[in-house]
Design a protein around this ligand. Structure first.
Ligand SMILES: *Cc1c(COP(=O)(O)O)cnc(C)c1O
Length: 245
């Protein structure tokens, strides 16, 4: 198992490029320590509250995947970022009335959390002639404040997605337990990995192609990699602390 950084990450230098290089090294070391294939974990930069110039610094340093939480931030930054090659995921709660504003501006919705939202996406994608990668957000910790479906709702949502030909199910996303208890954090990530396996084993439509596990943030990504994360979502480890909301 990898050496685990404590929560409250110690940032070695103060440029975005150096911090990005640092987390890349950490991810690589964690892949080795956890006997994962090198390159099997992608870094998504969580860019909420980060202005385009700083995001571009990260892209110039080699980052290729970013994620926003709010539709308003996606649209506000879209033009400034469009000349810089990258993939863009949406990782926040998506309200149905914001679907139109988002479609065409992101490559993947990681936070699909209801059959109604899947139907709405299908309907609008049909109208504009597009397709969208999606991941199912699962609340593995059972905290009431968290978005995402309960694990036992996954089969129904997977079946509903399979009935939406414009949606391609890529995998599962979760937000880890906010805690200093590393064992409890790990338990949540184990659950997401087991859910992926269980859905594929049941032969649910599309479930064998749903291989991605998006889990782990700045404070706990080494645990997540050890549990099989294929995407870790890092914000403060690269951009520094965010202003309080
Ligand atoms: C902000 C955010 C992250 C990154 O959080 P850090 O602790 O700053 O790394 C990851 N995932 C989601 C959904 C977020 O909103």
């Amino acid at each position: 198992m990898a050496d685990l950084e404590p929560r409250g990450v110690i940032i070695p230098t103060d440029t975005i490029a150096a911090r990005y290089a640092h987390v890349k090294r950490m991810v690589r070391n964690a892949e080795l320590a956890s006997r994962r294939t090198l390159g099997s974990v992608r870094i998504l930069l969580a860019t909420k509250t980060v202005e385009p110039a700083r995001i571009i610094e990260a892209l110039d340093a080699g980052a290729d995947l970013i994620g926003e939480n709010r539709v308003q931030e996606v649209t506000a930054k879209y033009d400034a970022l469009s000349g810089h090659r990258h993939e863009s995921h949406f990782i926040g709660h998506l309200q149905r009335n914001k679907v139109n504003a988002l479609l065409g501006k992101v490559d993947c919705l990681q936070s699909l959390d209801s059959i109604a939202l899947a139907a709405r996406l299908q309907n609008r994608l049909e109208a504009i002639g597009g397709e969208l990668d999606v991941m199912i957000q699962v609340n593995v910790t059972g905290e009431e404040s968290k978005n995402g479906i309960a694990p036992d709702q996954a089969p129904d949502l997977i079946s509903a997605i399979a009935d939406c030909p414009r949606l391609r199910l890529r995998g599962y996303m979760t937000i880890g337990l906010h805690s200093t208890d590393q064992t409890a954090i790990r338990t949540g990530y184990t659950r997401l990995r087991m859910l992926r396996g269980a859905m594929a084993a049941r032969g649910l439509p599309g479930a064998t192609d749903a291989t991605e596990l998006s889990m782990g943030m700045s404070g706990d990504y080494l645990i997540a990699i050890d549990e099989g994360a294929t995407i870790v979502r890092l914000g403060s480890a690269v951009f520094g602390e965010r202003p309080a909301p």
